[in-house]
Ligand binder design. Structure first.
Ligand SMILES: Cc1cc2nc3c(=O)[nH]c(=O)nc-3n(C[C@H](O)[C@H](O)[C@H](O)COP(=O)(O)OP(=O)(O)OC[C@H]3O[C@@H](n4cnc5c(N)ncnc54)[C@H](O)[C@@H]3O)c2cc1C
Length: 504
């Protein structure tokens, strides 16, 4: 065996996974087909629960330092409407401006610091597996070679070769709308009014903001120093996200949508995207797994990185437990059940955005108006904010009599370095000698922390490396119910039971 886990693809999800695997001590090899990091602009920012997870890992400051606008904003687009949580004291949703190129750079540096090997210019071209190993065929710069590991994870994007070779179906919908976003310099030949509106030859005055036309949508940013343009229109056929958009392509789209020729200066940023709603039929085929865009595509912006990076966080500790030999039966299968639950929720809210965004008739206008009105109510905005953030996902937890927190993402418990090392933690928050006694029986790969806390949500919590709560003892819960359920949770998630003796 040459390595423990092969990650195919050094996009954001593959690099995140590599970092998390290395944190858990897993030997990791990343194969990337391109020789250099890509320049095609993709995401402009990162939002949702992943920001909280990065904070729990002690990484958020590093991302903030790279962000042109580091203060996460509690507002988000939703199907062309606005979810504004700026007035909420504790918004469930934050987004940070961070171009994907910078995001990938930080994740790449972190993976390298932690000891992951990233081979660029090494496409995976084939794979085979048996009961104990998986082998990737690679076309390296010095010729083809093979590399064998215990597991291989396809983080190779929406056109995943890994998914195809594993024979995993990819059902879903491609929506006909094509979106183009550009920033170009302002040419001398352009007439612009003081308030930013444009005079487009053959069309007349075009306002800043969104203009719906019979052919689609045109939008103009208010900035006078640069032309920020967006078009959306229906087209037949599919584009490859990795194929850059050209200025001519943008010009043609503006002509179709607006009905006139808009003079354009030099391009600063050109991007195009299409929306698909797809979910892989399975996330696993034996020793081959999928994560990120290889596993799901969402038909709205702003949620894909959150979903994909959290796939990586969920998968890494389970693979690490398996490689280390202490994974209980079925642990790796919970990757699929938990993350398809999260993906289904994300698909639900993004498909709803399609319905809001695409309608062109008065009924659709009425729907948008009604929903926007509802979103001015804080509880409704909060609910949608939780859906976008992915914080409404509660993983199923076996057993009975659960605390309200089990299965949920851990709230901020005020213990700064709790999850920096991505190890499971039994966190005791109360003066409870009975629970402390029981904690002596936890296995060595589970940390025990005692942090007596006045205002606490529970007396003790068992927290997984991905920050989800596996077990909780309610405040003042007696040991005769708390200890057996702790034993059950430890066995289920971490493959180890406490000593049977319950302390007196
Ligand atoms: C214009 C645009 C704007 C976007 N905006 C947002 C946004 O605001 N917020 C958001 O959350 N998401 C956004 N997205 C989506 C986001 O970019 C993707 O969800 C994200 O890139 C997915 O990451 P990934 O690592 O799964 O896949 P990818 O980024 O596609 O990376 C896959 C990697 O695998 C490599 N690869 C492929 N095949 C092989 C092979 N056979 N061998 C080796 N390597 C291989 C590729 O070269 C690539 O580096 C946007 C996308 C686009 C196109």
């Amino acid at each position: 065996m040459q390595t423990d886990v092969i990650v195919v693809g050094a996009g954001p999800i593959g690099l995140m996974l590599a970092g998390e695997l290395r944190l858990a001590g897993v030997r990791t090899l990343v194969l990337e087909k391109h020789e250099q990091p890509r320049e095609v602009p993709k995401a402009g920012g990162l939002g949702g629960q992943i920001l909280e997870l990065l904070r729990y890992r002690g990484l958020l400051e590093r991302f903030r330092a790279a962000s042109p606008n580091p203060d996460p904003a509690p507002r988000f687009p939703f199907g062309g409407l606005d979810v504004d949580l700026t007035k909420s004291a504790d918004s469930p949703l934050h987004a940070m401006v961070l171009p994907q190129r910078l995001l990938e750079q930080i994740l790449d540096e972190r993976a390298a610091e932690l000891g992951a090997e990233v081979r660029r210019g090494h496409p995976m071209v084939g794979l085979e597996q048996d009961a104990t190993t998986v082998t990737a065929e690679v076309r390296g710069p010095d010729g083809p070679y093979r590399v064998t590991a215990r597991y291989l994870v396809g983080c190779d994007g929406s056109r995943s070769r890994v998914r195809e070779l594993a024979g995993i179906g990819w059902p879903g919908t491609t929506y006909p709308e094509v979106h183009r976003l550009a920033q170009v310099t302002v040419p001398d030949s352009l007439t612009r009014f003081d308030n930013g509106d444009l005079d487009v030859p053959g069309v007349g005055r075009v306002r800043t903001g969104f203009t719906r036309t019979g052919r689609g949508m045109f939008a103009l940013g208010p900035d006078l120093d640069v032309l920020s343009i967006y078009t959306a229109e229906d087209e037949a056929g599919e584009y490859d996200d990795n194929e850059p958009m050209t200025l001519d392509e943008l010009r043609d789209s503006i002509r179709r949508v607006l009905g006139g020729d808009l003079p354009l200066g030099e391009p600063r940023r050109l991007s195009r995207w299409q929306f698909q709603a797809r979910l892989a039929e399975r996330y696993r085929d034996g020793r081959v797994l999928l994560a990120g865009d290889a596993a799901h595509l969402l038909p709205a912006t702003g949620a894909a990185l959150n979903l994909g990076m959290l796939d990586a966080v969920n998968l890494a500790w389970k693979l690490a437990a398996d490689v280390d030999g202490h994974a209980p039966d079925g642990l790796l299968d919970t990757y699929q059940s938990e993350r398809t639950l999260a993906a289904s929720r994300a698909l639900l809210q993004t498909r709803a955005q399609v319905a809001l965004r695409r309608g062109q008739d008065p009924a659709a206008d009425a729907l948008r108006e009604v929903v926007q009105e509802l979103l001015t109510d804080e509880p409704a905005a909060r609910r949608i904010g939780e859906m976008i953030a992915g914080s409404d996902v509660r993983y199923p937890v076996p057993g009975s009599g659960h605390h309200a927190l089990t299965g949920t993402f851990a709230p901020d418990l005020g213990v700064d370095d709790l999850l920096h090392a991505a190890r499971p933690v039994l966190l005791v928050l109360a003066e409870r000698p009975d629970l402390l006694d029981a904690a002596r029986g936890v296995p060595p790969h589970v940390d025990v922390r005692v942090v007596p806390t006045e205002d606490r949500p529970a007396d003790a919590l068992l927290i997984r490396p991905d920050a989800h709560i596996a077990w909780a003892a309610a405040v003042d819960e007696p040991a005769d119910t708390a200890v057996p359920s702790l034993r059950e949770a430890l066995t289920h998630w971490f493959g180890a039971a406490l000593e049977p003796a319950v302390p007196s």
